[in-house]
Design a protein around this ligand. Sequence first.
Ligand code: ASP
Ligand code: MG
Length: 422
Amino acid sequence: MEVYKFGGASVKDACSVKNVTEILRSQHEGPTCVVVSAMGKTTNALEAVLDAFYYGKEDKDDLLKKVMASHIEVLHGLFPDASHPVYGKAKALFGRLYEILGQVSGMSYDKAYDQVVSYGERLSTCIISASLEQDGIRNTELDASRLLLTDGRFREGKILWEPTGQRITAAVSEALADGKDIVLTQGFIACDQAGDTVTLGREGSDYSAAVFAYCLDASRMTIWKDVPGVLNADPKFFSNTRKLDYISYYDATELAYYGASVIHPKTIKPLQNKHIPLHVRSFMDVNESGTWIGLDDVKNSDIPSFICKKNQVLLSVYPKDFSFVDEMNLSEIFDCFVAHGVKVNMMQNSALSFSVCVDGHRGDMQAMLDQLSERYDCRFNGNLELVTIRHYTQEVIDRIAGTRQVLLEQRTRQAVQLVLES
Ligand code: ASP
Ligand code: MG
């Protein structure tokens, strides 16, 4: 059994869906579980729809119509025959979505979010399954929101592995017994005990694929992307990027943790636990060798990797009573971060101060500062960058810092983190 994951960019229009068909035709060998995301930027669009319906905004119907129109365009591109049953199925999904949108004001925002935004993935698999079938690739569509059971935390469900494993193996073996060797399902979506839909967090489809791979004891998992593999830096921020041919699970986890956007951070652990190799490769060129991620630390590339987080704030706090920064102070400071949704990327303490580098665009910074200021003097610098370099050398650090001031620096044997002026 293999698991393939196709993200939004790989199924953004009719032409891309045809490309997925070609990939499956030429690449898959034996039973394959195919996990797909919502088409293109549908998840963002549905977030806007939800917002408009939840808060009763004027443009709510226009926003919904736009999402419908983009899917109808894909349908027209794939199914010239307007009487094809897929049109009825897509219409039914939109009907149900509309019904839910009429009920969202009675739900918590997070619950409403999951009930609504999950339709991106539902529409995507409905359309892709029919398109594959039309092109002679027999497949069974499985509803991931009945298979992946979570603890019920809306927008960040935590997988309950035992029952999820039982449901997945049962559903997939039944589907395969039917003589088909492709199972198609949604990423990102799951459910709770009550049967309500729960999502796994933005960009969670990689993680869904890893859940399927783990539960099915897959021989490998492949993430098909619009880049040739895992690069040593984001081409948006760095020139002369290089592809890494091989990285260990450990390195991949660290890269994701420090903010490399290529793989969802939670994806690696389930694969690592069962030694399932992960192949990250290009859906635009199947001849590219891609990147393999696996157990072997020795093959690990020592090419330096760079991860850049923009819009960082360096905050230093000093107890007003001149006490040392001790466990009591730290726990109070962290409670305050958690309460205001502020995300810490790096921290350092000295006797009389505690410094953190936090995302400037997340959480309620002002409310956090107001609360902290009662007991601490707070100083901060905004508009900074946090650059993490794995497998660094001094020469590489000097090149990245250039003439910019380094406000904070931290080193381990593997990685260095620099807070720099933008
Ligand atoms: N469609 C979801 C998102 O855009 C999940 C995913 O694509 O991974 O966040
Ligand atoms: Mg995605």
